[in-house]
Design a protein around this ligand. Structure first.
Ligand code: DLL
Length: 443
């Protein structure tokens, strides 16, 4: 670990100093921000005012951080029900950016940022990058997708604010990624962990030795990945691999990040107040117990979130971190409490697939999604039962139908899936919850 510090020649980044505050200072900041934010949403967002009125809680009832438990929860379907702009707390002429992420059906969920929100995002991204020892002088290849997904632009402006060099290559075109990585002497790569495994495999095929390149850090997130995967990546590419966590509803990447101890993710608690609750009883859990992560944004202006249920399952660390940061740590996210899965960094709900396939004439609501990983790349096969009338002997008819499904699915989730049409009654029926997703990927 010490040679890693020295090799990088890292300096202490002043923006990160807030990560080391005594807890009582931090908690004063949190309470002050929480009170302002609750008043702001109560005054500006009819949805929150109504929910708070139903719960009989007024902004002035929030006298301590513990009082957060009186506030109502927010869930993904609330964003769908207020689509597209119903949760905004700022007028449109203060909103400078919109992003979007998967909703549970055909429509995405929309998130908004004011100029100040973008500054907060840059601030937490600088702290994330500094936590994994990235600094000015680093050349950062940003292979997260640019566009409505928060990964690309989130990392991009963080790297620029830090003063390191960003290469905005976005995702895909692996051979070009490898060429740039080598030719530009890239020292840091940002992408999903599964995509980096694919880059490693392709580089091997091309006879390019990543181990001897200047690449020294990888910042991987947007999907769950295991310790075993970290070890594989670190060994095969001779880099340090760090976990970055975030979600669009809260800000995007940079809600939390590992430090060089690589043992849990620090949450940037001065902006995002974390709780861990029992997903059944919705009661806060004692520290250290595993449950669902919930966030309240403390400084977001355009689209604050109150007690947003992430569906991500984790637990808090109780022990102080040897790195000296006083902000709390969570364990790596291992799974979700709902049926959302992440493929090639894109969030997908089975209900979206269902919406897509039921718009095609001749489909039945019997389908199964099979996920596999080949050469580090996620593959999705969707088996769809079609009606007896549609299950035709004519190959050309079947191909036409298959294409309709592929296109309909692509329109909704932006991913081209392999579709296999199967005979009526060939997908196993279940007596309880239908098993829609068979995930054979080894994460
Ligand atoms: O995935 C933001 C992001 C971009 C994070 C780039 C990190 C790097 P969404 O598309 O809204 O936002 O997806 C959020 O992805 O609730 C988790 O289920 C999952 N997720 C994100 N980061 C991690 C991670 C971005 N490090 C959803 N480990 C979250 C496990 C992750 N799951």
């Amino acid at each position: 670990m010490s040679s890693f510090w020295h090799d990088a020649g890292s300096k202490f980044n002043p923006i990160s100093s807030i990560d080391y505050l005594p807890r009582n200072f931090l908690e004063d900041i949190q309470l002050h921000r929480l009170q302002n934010m609750v008043k702001r949403v109560y005054d500006n967002v009819p949805f929150y005012r109504q929910r708070m009125d139903e719960n009989k809680v007024k902004p002035e009832h929030i006298q301590s951080l513990k009082d957060i438990k009186y506030l109502p929860f927010t869930v993904k379907t609330d964003l769908r029900d207020t689509y597209p702009f119903g949760l905004f707390a700022s007028p449109m002429n203060e909103v400078v950016r919109l992003h979007a992420s998967s909703g549970t059906t055909g429509k995405p969920i929309v998130v908004a940022y004011t100029k100040e929100d973008i500054d907060v995002w840059c601030n937490v991204m600088v702290r994330s990058l500094s936590a994994c020892n990235v600094d000015r002088g680093d050349i950062v290849q940003n292979a997260y997708g640019y566009g409505l997904f928060t990964g690309g632009l989130g990392l991009h402006y963080g790297v620029e604010t830090l003063g390191a060099t960003v290469i905005p290559i976005s995702g895909g075109n692996t051979d070009r990624q490898i060429m740039i990585l080598k030719d530009f002497n890239v020292t840091v790569i940002c992408c999903t962990p599964s995509y980096f495994v694919h880059i490693i495999e392709r580089a091997n095929e091309l006879g390019i030795d990543l181990k001897s390149s200047p690449l020294r850090v990888g910042i991987f997130g947007a999907e769950p990945w295991s310790e075993a995967m970290r070890q594989y990546i670190e060994r095969e590419a001779n880099i340090k691999a760090f976990d970055i966590y975030g979600l669009s509803e809260i800000i995007g990447p940079g809600v939390g990040n590992e430090c060089i101890c690589q043992n849990g993710l620090h949450i940037f608690e001065d902006h995002f107040y974390p709780e861990i609750i029992d997903p059944e009883t919705l009661e806060p859990l004692p520290d250290g117990e595993e449950g669902e992560l919930v966030f309240t944004t403390l400084s977001k202006k355009a689209m604050p979130m109150i007690r947003y249920r992430t569906r991500d399952i984790t637990s808090f660390y109780n022990e102080p971190c040897p790195c000296g940061r006083t902000i709390r740590k969570i364990r790596k996210i291992s799974r979700r409490s709902d049926d959302m899965f992440i493929i090639r960094g894109v969030n997908v709900f089975p209900s979206q697939i269902e919406t897509a396939l039921l718009t095609v004439e001749g489909s039945t609501p019997h389908y199964q999604i099979k996920l596999t990983r080949e050469h580090g790349l996620d593959q999705m096969e969707i088996q769809i039962e079609v009606t007896k009338e549609m299950f035709s002997d004519r190959i050309s008819e079947m191909e036409k139908l298959q294409n309709k499904f592929v296109q309909s699915i692509e329109r909704i989730i932006n991913i081209r899936a392999n579709v296999r049409l199967v005979e009526p009654h060939s997908i196993p029926r279940s007596e309880g919850k239908a098993k829609r997703v068979v995930d054979l990927r080894k994460i």
